[in-house]
Design a protein around this ligand. Structure first.
Ligand SMILES: *Cc1c(COP(=O)(O)O)cnc(C)c1O
Length: 354
C-alpha cells in the first residue's frame, strides 16, 4: 500500500531524490566510490557544495545581491544562538509566535537585551500578532515565518529599515516571497529541503562584522563564508541530498510552481476542515499555514474511528504536537495533492458514518 507521509519533520522528500541519494551512497556518479567515503575536499564534493549553495541563491532570487549561502550543522537550534552571537550588540527584537520563537529568544538573552515586540501567547499561539511597533534602536528583528507546531504562517513581512532575520525552517522554498526583505534567514534541512544534519543559512554579507565580542571560529558566519562551508567536514550526505532536492524544485518550475501547488493543497484541506461538521481548525483563518494545518475533532470520542480510517488509507504522521493536540497535516513541497484528497475523503467518511 502507498503510504502518504504527513510528518512534520523529518518529513517527506520526492521519491526520485531519495532514489538518487541512495544510489550515490553506493556509487557516486559511476566513480566506484560512495558519496560518504570520499574526501569533502575532492573535486566531486566541492562541485556538489557549490551547486547546493548557488541553487539556494538562485531559487530565492538572491544571486548577485550581496548574499551568501552556507551549509552548517547543529540544526536551526544552533542558529538561535549563532544569530545572536554574530549580530546582537545591544538589543534585539523578537516576535514570539510559538515554541521555536521562544527557544530563539531564550538563547538570544545570553548575549544582550531582548525585546519581545509582540506575542500571541494569550491564545496558545493560534494567530500572528499584527499591530506592533518595531523599536528603532534594535540591532535586528527576528521572525519565525512558519510556526510548524501551531500551524500559523506570517503572510506579510513587516516593512522596516531594521535588519530582518527569519527562521524559515518549515516554509523555505514553499512560497513566492521577496526573500531580499531579509538580511539573514536560516532553515534546518529536514522540513522542506533534505535530510536532517544540514542547516542552510543565507546572509547578506554586509550585515556581518559589526559586533565587538570575539566569535569562536565554528560560530562565526564570516569564517564559514570565507571557507565556503568547508571550515570543517560538512555533513556530506545531507548537503548532497539537499542539492538533489534543490534541483528537483528547479525542475518542478521553481518556487512559483511549487507555491501554486502548495496553495491548492492547503486550500483543499482547509475548505474541508471548515465544511466538515466533525472538525474545527485550530488557528485564525487569515494566519493559516500552507505547510502545517492544525485541526481538532469536535467530539474527541471519534478519534479512534478517524485514526482507523486514516491508517487504513495509508495516511501516516498526522498526530498533532502535544502542545496543541488533535491533528497536524504537514504538506511540504513533495506531498502531492492526491494525498490531501485522500485525507479529505477520510474526513468525509467519518462525517457520513457518525
Ligand atoms: C523544526 C524546527 C526547528 C528546530 O530545528 P532543528 O534543526 O531540530 O534544530 C526550529 N524552527 C522551526 C520553525 C522548526 O520547524
Amino acid at each position: 500500500m502507498k503510504v502518504h507521509n504527513f510528518s512534520a519533520g523529518p518529513s517527506i522528500l520526492p521519491k526520485d531524490v531519495m532514489k538518487k541519494a541512495a544510489k550515490a551512497v553506493v556509487d557516486l556518479d559511476k566513480s566506484g566510490l560512495s558519496l560518504i567515503e570520499i574526501s569533502h575536499r575532492s573535486k566531486a564534493f566541492i562541485q556538489i557544495m557549490e551547486e547546493a549553495c548557488s541553487k539556494a541563491l538562485e531559487l530565492t532570487n538572491l544571486e548577485n545581491k550581496g548574499y551568501k549561502a552556507i551549509f552548517l550543522q547543529g540544526g536551526a537550534s544552533l542558529q538561535f544562538l549563532m544569530v545572536a552571537f554574530n549580530l546582537l550588540e545591544n538589543k534585539a527584537g523578537y516576535v514570539n509566535t510559538g515554541t521555536w520563537s521562544e527557544k530563539a529568544i531564550k538563547e538570544a538573552k545570553l548575549f544582550g537585551e531582548v525585546i519581545e515586540v509582540a506575542n500571541s501567547k494569550n491564545t496558545n499561539f493560534n494567530y500572528i500578532p499584527r499591530e506592533y511597533k518595531i523599536p528603532n534602536d534594535i540591532d535586528y528583528l527576528h521572525l519565525t515565518t512558519n510556526n510548524t507546531i501551531f500551524g500559523t504562517q506570517i503572510k506579510e513581512i513587516p516593512e522596516t529599515d531594521i535588519p530582518l532575520i527569519a527562521d524559515m525552517s518549515s516554509d523555505i522554498f514553499s512560497r513566492v516571497f521577496d526573500y531580499s526583505k531579509f538580511d539573514l534567514f536560516y532553515a534546518g534541512a529536514q522540513k522542506n529541503m533534505g535530510p536532517a544534519g544540514a542547516t542552510l543559512v543565507i546572509v547578506k554579507e554586509s550585515l556581518l562584522g559589526k559586533v565587538t565580542r570575539a566569535i569562536p571560529s565554528m560560530l562565526d558566519y564570516q569564517n564559514h563564508i570565507d571557507k565556503e562551508s568547508m571550515f570543517n567536514t560538512p555533513p556530506v550526505f545531507a548537503v548532497y541530498t539537499s542539492m538533489l532536492n534543490l534541483r528537483w524544485i528547479e525542475e518542478q518550475g521553481g518556487i512559483v510552481a511549487l507555491g501554486a501547488k502548495n496553495k491548492l493543497k492547503s486550500n483543499l484541506l482547509y475548505k474541508e476542515i471548515d465544511r466538515n461538521s466533525k472538525f474545527k481548525g485550530f488557528t485564525a483563518k487569515e494566519d493559516r499555514s500552507e505547510m502545517n494545518a492544525t485541526f481538532n475533532l469536535l467530539d474527541p470520542s471519534l478519534s479512534e474511528a478517524f485514526d482507523t480510517l486514516c491508517s487504513n488509507a495509508g495516511i501516516s504522521g498526522l498526530k498533532g504536537h502535544r502542545s496543541v493536540g488533535g491533528y497536524r497535516a504537514s504538506m511540504y513541497n513533495a506531498l502531492n495533492i492526491e494525498s490531501i484528497e485522500l485525507l479529505v475523503n477520510c474526513m468525509q467518511t467519518l462525517e457520513e458514518k457518525n
